[in-house]
Every structure is written in structure tokens, then in C-alpha cells.
Write a protein that binds this ligand. Structure first.
Ligand code: ADP
Ligand code: MG
Length: 625
């Protein structure tokens, strides 16, 4: 008995229902793209068949002329898109068409704004191509049969896009997939051969298979598209729109890309690469396991998606194709990992992307700023991951800075260096877990006073960046919260003398605070970083730094807690007043409060907040007496 033969009705995953609704509404103004999406899927299905057939010729079932057919029926008010690609088994239909198996879907949906124009773009990058059928159809019927399964293993999926679909086993003599769209009331404009041809040429000209339609006047097939691999054509013959439409197909994106690099490489290794930088980060960019975007072809035959060997993880947002002339057609992922040729292609592709970014940064600041706000945090990983290109990646990085005090990251190391003061030999930075915390860090006081710029690093990744990048063009990077502040030539003789004098004057107080705080601090000393605040914490040069320590702890890692150094500001009235405090108990309260508030002001958390509050209250009561 064939248990699967029965017809069953299944419910869409909740997320699918929500997406369908949104999709229909937000993409309505550009509804003709349904055809592009269905053709794109048919083309992918043909690619997959060709690849599987490399090792199993019988999958062709005697028909190796792969093509896509578009037909319409005025009377029945239907449009049909069919292919003789790989097809789907029953399980594949359920997995691919009834569910969205991407992690983070729910969060993504929650992030939508309700603003149709904005959401349309977001939905596009989510990749919901097949569902775009429901923009114009109120019933969609998909009949498919997986290559290699017998004709009795056909499957029909049908839905009105309202929340349920039916699944039924049917006879399907030919392999591949046929999608029939029953047009909604009022969509008859698509029942027109000229219109359909126009749409095919506009969006799908680059599809490498022939897209055929019946000629309008005679009973004959004609190919509507150009049907040649876009990347193999000479650059100067390809229009911008063609590059853009091809991108949408390979990247499964609805929005045009930000930039592309198209190269034909000859010589030892021969290959073509066409690489794109998207306009928008996919919602799962932060998942380093997420899809990589390079498709590998060998002599025009599709080999695999997500060829992660072709792009390092920090460039996982790059989309496109690499078509090699030399690799064997039967190459597997395992072989890819050990292929010298692939290593060479990868190194060259990384270089192309970095060149492209250099070029954008130089010639189109606005586009580069957009790139940086979408992908900057991923690119920063390159400093950690890609030793060979560390300097180049560093040059592409942008940060917030006290120069602009702007949350937007728009200052490069080169900008910084060009503004360095006479006598300044270091690049100063502060790391914090938010822009506000970085910008308001008490450690910046002396720098602001002297007009010395400090980079405000507030991305989590920045902590790793500065552990791997210790200098830029020979200028060491220096945290303003670490070590003894050495302003070098930024400090004049007079200042130095004054500082030494004050240090001597306050020695007794400093020793007393240190004794009082005991194990809680590594050291206590007079600061010259502060102008307005009474105290701050600094980490020893070799210690981890408080921000990194907090990050690692938040990530659940065990880290040794390094004791901080407390620096107190002799110019501050509280500190000056403390010199005359005779009552030991009150002195201890003051010292503790100085320590605790220094921790708070850099975004830290107190071990015992109640203790802090009670000491503070004691002191306030004293004042009120
Ligand atoms: P995407 O193309 O971005 O994966 P779609 O919604 O367009 O998303 O398609 C969902 C999935 O359904 C595809 O990944 C594929 O597995 C399957 N599919 C869609 N159309 C076809 C087809 N014509 N032949 C085979 N599989 C298909
Ligand atoms: Mg698709």
C-alpha cells in the first residue's frame, strides 16, 4: 500500500502565514517580479540536476536539453511556468515550500516596521521567492517529480495562500516542476504574450537556460531570453541593469547590489569571477555559520552553492559566482578544502573585494558609509581572521571619534593620523559597550582638554580588533584606560613638574586609601587623566581591560578578575577634602564610594550595590545635619 498516496491538508508554519500576508501587500507595487522569482527557481533546479547528473547520467531520463517554459491560457486565466530540472520529492516539497527553515525568522518578522516600502526591501533579502506567486494568484498549483523517481512519485501541492495547503501524490510522466498560477480577479494584464516576453527579457535575460514560449502566430517554440552565462560575456557589453538582475538571481535578493567586481583571469589558473556587495545586510549576518554567498561553476556547469572555501568568514556577505576552467567537474567539498587552485582563487577574490572597497571608500564616500553601516562589524573580523590582509582591512575600518563625537562610525585610522598633534606618537582609543559609555568615559577628560583625538570604540568586536591590531602604520594603538598614562611630548616640562609636586603632596592620602581598600585594588595613584571627575579605574598594561572582561563574562566564559588600579584626582574637591578626614570609618566610606562610582562611570556593575547605596546615604545624612 502506498501510504503517501492520500490527499492531505496541512497548515503553513505560522511564520509562513505572516510572511505571505506581508509579501502580498508590500510587494504589490512591483508585482511582475513573481515571474522572475519562479524562473530563478527553475534555473536553480536545472543547475542542480546538471550537477547531480555528472555522477548519474540516468537522471536525464533521455532528455538533457534543459529549459524553462512559460505559457498562458486566457480562457482558464492561468500562467504556467515549467522546468525539467531536478524536481522535488514529497518530503522536499514539505520542507521547501511549507516551511521556512531559517533560524531567526521570528525575530526578523518582529523587526518589520509596517512601513510597506521599507518592509518590501527587507522581505526581499529574506528570500521568499516562491511565495511571490500569491501577489498575482489566488490559487497556486505546483506539480513536481524528483529526477530519478518513477512517474508514480509525482506530488501536487496546492494552496490559496490563506494558511493551508494540500498535498497529493499524482502521476507525473516528466521530471521537474510545473507551477500553475490561477490569477486573481483584475490581474488579466499578464495574460498577454507581449507583456510576458517583456517581463522575461527585463528580469531574466541572464538566465543561462533557454526560456521558451509558444510563438504568438504559429505553433512553434521560440526562445525569449539571451540564454548565455552573463559572467562569460565581455564586461563592456553588459549593462548595469543586467548586472543588477543577475545579482538578484544569484543572491536571492530583491534589491540591487551596492557594487560589483567582474574579472576574467588568465594564466596559470583560468577562471572568471563576478562578485557583488549587497546593499543590505541579511538578517542572519551575525551568525557566522550562515550561508556563504559564492556559487562555484566549472566551465559553466553549476557545482555548488555556499562554497565557503571561496570566501573567508569575514566576507561572508559577498555574493556571486566563480567559474573555473581548470577544476575537475566531479570536485567535492572535501577536495575543495585541499585544492591549491581554490586557495589561489580565494586569495585573489579577497583582493578583488578589498580593491573594490578601497575604490568605494575613495570615490564614493556616501556608498562607502552605507557599506560600513551594514557590514562594517563583519569586515572588522578580518583583522582577527586574515593576517595577510590585516593592514588593508585596518585601512578600511571606520570608528566613532572624539573629533566628531558622532555615533556614526566615519573616522579612519588615516584620518586620525593626519590630525595627530605635534609630539603625539600613539593612536589613542577607548573601548566601551555603548557609544554613550565611550563618549562619556572620564578617561577622556585630559585628552579633550588637550584637544587630542581619541577613537571611541563601541562595537563588541572592537575588543578583539585591538588585541590583534597593535599598531597602524608604525603608530602604536594605546588604550586610554590602561597602564600609566604617558602623554610623552604632549605634556610640557612645567606640567610634569607640577604633577610630581602634587604626587608628593598627596602621597600620604594615596597610601591611606590603598590601605583602606586593601585587596579590592591593585594599586592607588594620583591621576593626570581627569579634569572633572574625582576618580577612575585603569587596568594594568598587561591585564585584560575591564570592558573585555565584562564581555567575556557576559558570553559565559570564566575569566580571572584582574584587580583595577584606582586613580584619584587631586584637583577634585572631594579628594582634597578627604585629606583632612580624621574619622577612620567615614574615610573608609569615602574611599569605597570613590572606587564604586569609578566603576559605575565606566559602565561596570557593583558586586554589592546595596552596600554602595547605604554608604552614600550615610554621607548624605551627615551633610544634612
Ligand atoms: P529560494 O529560491 O531563495 O531558496 P524560494 O522561495 O524561491 O526561495 O524557493 C524555496 C525552495 O523551493 C527552493 O530553495 C527550492 O528548494 C524549492 N523550489 C522552488 N521552486 C523549485 C523548482 N522549480 N524546482 C525545484 N525546487 C524548487
Ligand atoms: Mg527562489
Amino acid at each position: 500500500m502506498n501510504v503517501e498516496a492520500h490527499k492531505e491538508t496541512l497548515g503553513f508554519q505560522t511564520e509562513v502565514k505572516q510572511l505571505l500576508n506581508l509579501m502580498i501587500h508590500s510587494l504589490y507595487s512591483n508585482k511582475e517580479i513573481f515571474l522572475r522569482e519562479l524562473i530563478s527557481n527553475a534555473s536553480d533546479a536545472a543547475d542542480r540536476l546538471r550537477f547531480e547528473a555528472l555522477t548519474d547520467d540516468s537522471l536525464y531520463e533521455g532528455d538533457s536539453e534543459l529549459k524553462i517554459r512559460v505559457a498562458y491560457d486566457k480562457k482558464a486565466r492561468t500562467i504556467t511556468i515549467s522546468d525539467n530540472g531536478i524536481g522535488m520529492s514529497r518530503t522536499e516539497v514539505v520542507d521547501n515550500i511549507g516551511t521556512i527553515a531559517k533560524s531567526g525568522t521570528t525575530q526578523f518578522l518582529a523587526s518589520l516596521t509596517g512601513d510597506q516600502a521599507k518592509d518590501a526591501k527587507l522581505i526581499g533579502q529574506f528570500g521568499v521567492g516562491f511565495y511571490s506567486s500569491f501577489i498575482v494568484a489566488d490559487k497556486v498549483s505546483l506539480t513536481t517529480r524528483r529526477a530519478g523517481l518513477g512517474p508514480e512519485h509525482g506530488v501536487r501541492w496546492e494552496s490559496d495562500g490563506q494558511g493551508e495547503y494540500t498535498l497529493e501524490t499524482v502521476e507525473k510522466p516528466t521530471r521537474g516542476t510545473e507551477v500553475v498560477l490561477h490569477l486573481r480577479e483584475g490581474e488579466d494584464e499578464f495574460l498577454d504574450g507581449h507583456r510576458l516576453r517583456h517581463i522575461v527579457r527585463k528580469y531574466s535575460d541572464h538566465i543561462t537556460l533557454p526560456i521558451v514560449m509558444k510563438a504568438e502566430d504559429k505553433d512553434e517554440d521560440e526562445t525569449v531570453n539571451r540564454a548565455s552565462a552573463l559572467w562569460a560575456r565581455p564586461k563592456n557589453e553588459i549593462k548595469q541593469e543586467e548586472y543588477d538582475e543577475f545579482y538578484k538571481h544569484v543572491a536571492h535578493d530583491f534589491e540591487a547590489p551596492l557594487a560589483h567586481a567582474h574579472n576574467r583571469v588568465e594564466g596559470k589558473h583560468e577562471y572568471i569571477s563576478l562578485l557583488y556587495i549587497p546593499s543590505r545586510a541579511p538578517f542572519d549576518l551575525w551568525d557566522r555559520q550562515s550561508r556563504h554567498g559564492i556559487k562555484l561553476y566549472v566551465r559553466r556547469v553549476f557545482i555548488m552553492d555556499d562554497a565557503e572555501q571561496l570566501m573567508p568568514a569575514y566576507l561572508r556577505f559577498v555574493r556571486g559566482v566563480v567559474d573555473s576552467n581548470d577544476l575537475p567537474l566531479n570536485i567535492s567539498r572535501e577536495i575543495l578544502q585541499r585544492s591549491r587552485e581554490i586557495d589561489a582563487i580565494r586569495a585573489a577574490s579577497v583582493k578583488r573585494i578589498l580593491d573594490l572597497l578601497d575604490d568605494l571608500a575613495e570615490k564614493d564616500k556616501e556608498k562607502y558609509a552605507k557599506f560600513w553601516s551594514e557590514f562594517g562589524r563583519a569586515l572588522k573580523e578580518g583583522v582577527v581572521e586574515d593576517h595577510a590582509n590585516r593592514e588593508r582591512v585596518a585601512r578600511l575600518m571606520r570608528f566613532s571619534s572624539t573629533y566628531t563625537d558622532n555615533e556614526t562610525q566615519d573616522v579612519s585610522f588615516a584620518d586620525y593620523v593626519s590630525r595627530m598633534k605635534q609630539g603625539q606618537d600613539k593612536i589613542y582609543y577607548v573601548t566601551a559597550d555603548s557609544f554613550a559609555a565611550a563618549k562619556n568615559s572620564p578617561h577622556l577628560e585630559i585628552f579633550r582638554k588637550k584637544g587630542v583625538e581619541v577613537l571611541l570604540m563601541h562595537d563588541h568586536i572592537d575588543e578583539w580588533v585591538v588585541t590583534h591590531l597593535t599598531e597602524f602604520e608604525g603608530k602604536p594603538l594605546q588604550s586610554v584606560t590602561k597602564g600609566a598614562l604617558d602623554l610623552g611630548k604632549l605634556e610640557d616640562k612645567e606640567e610634569k613638574k607640577r604633577r610630581e609636586k602634587v604626587t608628593a603632596e598627596f602621597k600620604e592620602l594615596v597610601d591611606k586609601i590603598k590601605k583602606t581598600l586593601g585587596e579590592q585594588v591593585k594599586d592607588v595613584r594620583i591621576t593626570h587623566r581627569l579634569t572633572g571627575s574625582p576618580a577612575c579605574l585603569v587596568a594594568d598594561e598587561q591585564d585584560m581591560g575591564a570592558n573585555l572582561e565584562r564581555l567575556l563574562k557576559a558570553a559565559g566564559q570564566k575569566v580571572p578578575t584582574a584587580k583595577p588600579i584606582l586613580e584619584v584626582n587631586p584637583q577634585h574637591p572631594i579628594v582634597a577634602r578627604l585629606k583632612d578626614e580624621a574619622d577612620d570609618e567615614r574615610f573608609a566610606d569615602w574611599a569605597r564610594i570613590l572606587l564604586d562610582q569609578a566603576l559605575l562611570s565606566e559602565g561596570g556593575e557593583l558586586d554589592d550595590p546595596a552596600d554602595f547605596v547605604s554608604r552614600l546615604n550615610n554621607l548624605m545624612l551627615e551633610l544634612m545635619k
